[in-house]
Design a protein around this ligand. Sequence first.
Ligand SMILES: C[S@@+](CC[C@H](N)C(=O)[O-])C[C@H]1O[C@@H](n2cnc3c(N)ncnc32)[C@H](O)[C@@H]1O
Length: 233
Amino acid sequence: MDGKLLEGQLAYYRARAEEYDDWFLRRGRHDRGPEWNRRWFSELEDIRQELGRFGPTGRVLELACGTGLWTIELARHATSVTAVDASPEVLGINRARLREAGHETVVRYVEADLFDWRPDATYDAVFFGFWISHVPPERFEAFWELVRSALRPGGRVFFVDSLGAETADEKERRSRNPHDPTTVRRINDGREFRIVKVFYDPLNLERRLAGLGWSVSVHTTDHLLYGCGERLA
Ligand SMILES: C[S@@+](CC[C@H](N)C(=O)[O-])C[C@H]1O[C@@H](n2cnc3c(N)ncnc32)[C@H](O)[C@@H]1O
């Protein structure tokens, strides 16, 4: 059973809420130097533009919304965003970010565990950023069934995630067992947590999703992977 692992993973993101953006924004110990950082921000910008072309319009569901780094993008396009996360700490930061940007009325927040939660409506699009890598492999199909159940007929999905381990230290912290998709993460106060982190090969992911009834194309940048698509007819 992976209950303890998933509890630990959520505990990690709750404890890390205040420092999460430092990773995304390359501050403090996540600053990898001007050249690397420039490349990272340029990749993120490319994906933001892809997301804009995808057009997350209408009613949008964001799974594992975190501190709002993507919620703010979705709110620029959508009529409404339902943003789900199990951490009250990240939801607070998300709400403050969206309020500051004048978008708070567009977003409905739901505090829920995605491994239990069932959508209470159907949506035009579902988005998740840096989440599929945290879904245990044995829950992959159930997760995509959740996405399916959240979409109206013809609804679409967009996701972004890490392509691989970022640093030698991160590689070092992964389990030596190739069938164990866990890694150990440390937060600024030194506490360590074991979490799930699965890296997907883009082509295999496309094929696997096709086998589950999805037409999804997966693309990569140097450090990131993103995919978009819909259910096969
Ligand atoms: C890597 S962060 C991604 C946040 C955001 N999507 C982004 O890209 O910035 C993963 C998020 O998943 C949330 N999370 C962890 N376990 C969860 C669970 N069981 N149910 C719902 N959310 C969970 C964490 O609170 C965290 O906000």
